[in-house]
Design a protein around this ligand. Sequence first.
Ligand code: ADP
Ligand code: MG
Length: 468
Amino acid sequence: VWQNCLKVIRENITEQSFKTWFEPIVPYKLINKRLIIQVPSQFFYEWLEDNYVKVLRKALDFAIGKDGQLEYSIIIDRGAPKAQVTPLKIVEPPKKEYYNGGFKNKQDPPTNLKNPFDFKALTDAQHESFLNKSYSFENFVEGDCNRLARAASYAVAQKPSTTSFNPLMIYGGVGLGKTHLVQAIGNYIESQSETPKFVLYVSSEKFTSQFINSIRENSLQDFMAFYMQVDVLILDDVQFLSGKEKTQETFFHIFNHLHQSGKQIVMTSDRSPRELSGMEDRLLSRFKWGLTTDIQAPDLETRIAIIQNKVEEEMAEMDDEVVEYLAHCIDSNVRELEGVVISLIADSSLTKRKIDLDMAKFRVKSIVEESQKVISIDKIIEEVTSFFEIKIADIKGKTRLREVVLPRQVAMYLAKEMTSLSLKAIGYHFGGRDHSTVIHAIQTINDLIGVDKELAANVKALKTKFKY
Ligand code: ADP
Ligand code: MG
């Protein structure tokens, strides 16, 4: 019976859709005129239900008759939270009644879609993973700051979707190696795995724009079909999905489907899931199924090793004293560290001069100046208020409560130190205070830092947040 159904279905939809949505279905039972089919996930069933009602009806008419009925059962293998070795199990089909006469008024899926991202070409031809081959485990320097993240990544790379690290979520500040690590996972799987695997690296930004485009171009089906086939999905910078409800919802479905079909998911974020505001709880709770691990800023030794590695990679030379100087100066962002090393190497080959301490100092100085310029006062206010757990409205408002006054003064002090704004401009950003208030704030904090160790440490910690 199912074969007959498939025949009808195949004639009515695209090959791609057929492959994605109907080939995975397993006919389970035929009881009287009720056909029960097994589908791989809840989402799969919902998708069929939403998009292929008519064609399924047609197929049933043909294969069973007008009173033929269809029921779904959802296969749970490697079932979610508890993971691992749950044997194949059949769950109760969803309660809704289908195909009892009048069915939903849904459009047939459009067949020849224009597609801005050409998912079909991608899926039919060899899969293109969008991986950057230059990121590997070999050229990733291990240190205390990233040991766990690296170990988890390596485990996933060796045995995708069979470890309990599914999903694997790596979070940490800008330029600390998240993208490097997850790309290394992808590259490793692509090159080492015995059976070919479709590894896909995508930034959350690109995912979002693909999604939006597919809606605009009426090709959501191709978009979904494309993502459904991925064996290893690497989604970079998920914080970008914050507040984008529809995109999150779609990712949630893809996530569920892939996870339930035993596919590996890897994600990164610039902050911990706890701090990801604007994310749906049900999505966040999925992250907990696997492993969440952070990457910290590298310590001095790791920074030295990273510089040495880079110098070696570029087949250049750098004296230890220069290496140490750089490692001391640039302590919070590996990308910036690399940038300085590369530009020094370039300078030296242009000027045919050996890299010396003066050159290094000059470079570092310009980098620091550059980074100070781009720090915005809004960013400072944001960081300070979240650090002291007060409201932005309060820091800009009139209140003279000590819990607010001190953070306000700290923020003004940092604004003076780290931006090129005038005192007047700074006052303006704090609810239109005048420049003498700002001067007073700066003096107060300067004085306090000398005597109050805790405050001094807090200010220092805040400053490092703006280093990149
Ligand atoms: P993120 O995605 O966390 O912002 P990236 O992965 O893009 O950071 O890393 C920034 C740069 O620093 C990349 O060129 C990367 O290769 C390099 N890098 C970061 N951490 C390391 C490390 N531990 N070893 C070697 N290179 C690193
Ligand atoms: Mg990145």
